[in-house]
Design a protein around this ligand. Structure first.
Ligand SMILES: [Zn+2]
Ligand SMILES: [Zn+2]
Length: 304
């Protein structure tokens, strides 16, 4: 992984850092940042980025990102997450072509690696139209309360609320999973929750209740966005050893760690390839987990 060797760049530092791989601040310093969000993500993003890149200021872009899809089902997301994210950034960049843009796109569902766990994937994009630069970082985590179910009694309701960390985390209530009637989002108030539960029960005999995954209603997601912001800053402030373009970083994870007994290449991680999107320069770093051999129990030859 990246070494956390970036530091806040002050004008006095400029000369000192020319020789390191840290990005020369000329690319970004004094410029402004647009954050494309309707859901208060600037809380997790703005301060860190403004400091790290010596920016002038930030602004929340007044664009309706819900047009590209909502979690609660009113608008289906039509594109894959990366395309959706790129569209968000482009919408913001049209308003201020001179400025830097940051947006994120969250996806939730079964965790790709751990059976029975929910997973949260968050993509974050940094777009600098002026320098034709696009940098994307990603986080996949099981640290999410993503959940939804039908309830028709107070015991099940309370159990669900406890599991998903209500009221610090908001909820959505509606008639049924696919029936958006009487949909109410962003509920944190226990009294409001109970009143809406009673209303839905009286009309439909059951209630579909789910976690509200919008950042300002979900501190777990906000935390992931904050961590992803540091990852983005690491990436932005790492420049290509060959052409000095910012955004040099991991472009692929390569399996093939040799078995400790027979030397056969296993499926475990052998190296990361770092690359530059601008000039195509790459280099490999072997043994990122500090292990030079894999245990024989994971080897398909020794332990088929
Ligand atoms: Zn390069
Ligand atoms: Zn083996």
């Amino acid at each position: 992984m990246f070494k956390r060797d970036f530091h806040i760049i002050s004008p006095e530092d400029n000369l000192m850092i020319q020789t390191s791989s840290t990005t020369q601040p000329a690319w970004f310093s004094g410029r402004s940042l647009f954050i494309a969000t309707k859901h208060k993500k600037e809380i997790a993003i703005a301060d860190q980025v403004v400091k790290a890149l010596s920016l002038n200021t930030f602004q929340v872009a007044d664009i309706d990102t819900d047009l590209l899809g909502t979690f609660s089902g009113e608008v289906e997301r039509r594109d894959d997450p990366l395309t959706t994210l790129r569209k968000k950034c482009e919408m913001a960049a049209q308003l201020a072509p001179e400025d830097l843009v940051i947006a994120t796109e969250g996806s939730f569902g079964p965790h790709p690696a751990f059976f029975m766990l929910s997973g949260h994937e968050e993509l974050m994009m940094f777009l600098d139209k002026k320098n034709n630069l696009e940098i994307v970082v990603k986080e996949i985590t099981s640290q999410t309360n993503f959940n939804g179910r039908t309830v028709n009694n107070l015991e099940d309701l309370q159990h669900f609320l406890d599991v998903i960390l209500f009221p610090s985390h908001g909820i959505i209530m509606k008639a049924s999973k696919d029936n958006l009637n009487d949909l109410k989002k962003g509920i944190h108030d226990p009294k409001e929750m109970r009143e809406h539960y009673d209303l839905l029960m009286s009309k439909y005999g059951e209630v579909y209740i789910e976690t509200d995954m919008r950042a300002m209603h979900n501190p777990s997601r906000m935390k992931v966005i904050q961590e992803l912001t540091s990852k983005l800053i690491d990436r932005i402030t790492t420049s290509c050893p060959q052409c000095q373009t910012p955004g040099y970083g991991i472009i692929s994870a390569n399996p093939g760690l040799p078995c400790e007994l027979c030397g056969t290449a296993t499926a475990s991680l052998l190296s990361y390839t770092y690359g530059c999107k601008k000039c195509g320069f790459t280099h490999d770093e072997k043994y990122p987990n500090g292990k030079k051999y894999e245990e024989a129990m994971y080897c398909n030859s020794c332990n088929p």
